[in-house]
Design a protein around this ligand. Structure first.
Ligand SMILES: [Zn+2]
Length: 223
């Protein structure tokens, strides 16, 4: 382990929250939300840069990938000279919400539970873009020409087909939505205080909020 400074004492850090996901944009979105809903996570979140693919793995592959993830989590925390408080793993469901969704989510969550003390599987339906549609004000605030059509407001955005395409084609004549806009939209929602009052519903959003609440209260504790 590395030692810092000239005192010869190990640096002491609060246990970290490790975020893993499909890509850096998704991880950035998750990080902003975790800090917004649980301010005590600020400064404690670290990321694993490798893409995680768990949802479609068969049982043996799932166990192997969760093992490999656990090794990366351990190594990442070691680099910080810190213990692991909890792990958040994001993945897109790539399909609309359905009865199949909780089955897929629970299976991966169980695999994570077997390997980690504390971990949360954040499976977004269809993908994180569906969450952005819960915040028309944030979209408009980021690009003033963007407007979520009335018929898409106040809906269950988890039921929308291909929400990325919806954002790219339905926001009006201003510039087209790009995937890298997602963290900026989330940040706007947080700045506006809209993140606590979404316009519409989305089961994966509610599950994330519940997970952050549990995490904040039970997994970070007073450490
Ligand atoms: Zn947790």
């Amino acid at each position: 382990m590395s030692r810092r400074g000239g005192t010869g004492l190990r640096a002491t850090r609060k246990p970290v929250v490790v975020v893993a996901g499909e890509d850096s944009t998704d991880r950035k979105c998750l990080r902003i939300l975790l800090e917004a809903f649980c301010p005590s996570m600020a400064g404690r979140i670290v990321e694993i840069n490798d893409a995680v693919r768990l949802r479609q793995a068969g049982d043996a592959a799932l166990a192997a990938r969760v093992d490999s993830l656990a090794n990366k989590v351990r190594a990442r925390a070691a680099r910080e000279d810190a213990e692991v408080a909890c792990v958040f793993v994001h993945e897109d469901f790539d399909a609309c919400d359905s009865d199949h969704f909780p089955i897929v989510r629970d299976r991966v969550q169980r695999a994570l539970d077997q390997r980690f003390g504390n971990a949360h599987y954040t499976l977004a339906v269809w993908e994180i873009e569906a969450w952005l549609l819960l915040f028309p004000g944030a979209l408009h605030s980021l690009v003033s020409g963007w407007k979520v059509p009335k018929q898409l407001q106040g809906k269950d955005t988890g039921r929308l087909n291909d929400p990325k395409r919806v954002l790219k084609t339905q926001l009006g004549k201003a510039r087209a939505y790009r995937e890298t806009d997602a963290p900026d939209v989330i940040e706007k929602a947080v700045d506006l205080g809209a993140h606590t009052a979404p316009l519409g519903t989305n089961r994966s959003w509610d599950l994330l909020r519940g997970d952050v609440q549990t995490c904040c209260a039970q997994h970070l504790g007073s450490r």
